[in-house]
Design a protein around this ligand. Structure first.
Ligand code: HEC
Length: 110
């Protein structure tokens, strides 16, 4: 029977695209990574591994151990954490903030 595998494959792909993060969210994660790499990587470890170039700057994958990464949403949108002198102020638009949070969530170590 020839139709079987095709139907099974269609069902499989339907299943995958329906349950795993939708394409838009995947795009967000990539955008978030790009923004953080551009603006933050000179001090922070942005990815799933590696040390922060600036020893005092926490690796982004560890932020979730201290507080939910969603709590950064406001700080990112309003001009982030000017509390310490080493870190310049950054401000992202709503899309950028959403993308950054999506990316941070995707890399947190539990
Ligand atoms: C010039 C270096 C530098 C850059 C660039 C930088 N940071 Fe930081 N960041 C630091 C340092 C140093 C600390 C630790 C400060 C401390 O503990 O007082 C820090 C701390 C943080 C923290 C933890 C704050 C807390 O209270 O837990 C977050 C979140 C953070 N940075 C986000 C970012 C983001 C997002 C970017 C890019 C948009 C960025 N940083 C860019 C140096 C930097």
């Amino acid at each position: 029977m020839r139709i079987g595998p095709t139907v099974a494959a269609a069902a499989f792909f339907g299943f995958v695209s329906g349950t795993v993060a939708p394409a838009a969210a995947q795009g967000d994660i990539k955008l978030g990574e790009a923004l953080l790499t551009r603006d933050c990587a000179r001090c922070h470890a942005v990815g799933r591994g590696g040390e922060s170039p600036n020893k005092q700057a926490p690796a982004f994958r560890t932020l979730g151990q201290r507080y939910p990464v969603e709590s950064l949403e406001e700080a990112l949108g309003e001009g982030i954490m000017s509390g310490h002198p080493d870190m310049p102020e950054f401000k992202f638009d709503a899309d950028g903030v959403g993308a950054i949070i999506a990316y941070l969530k995707s890399i947190q170590q539990r």
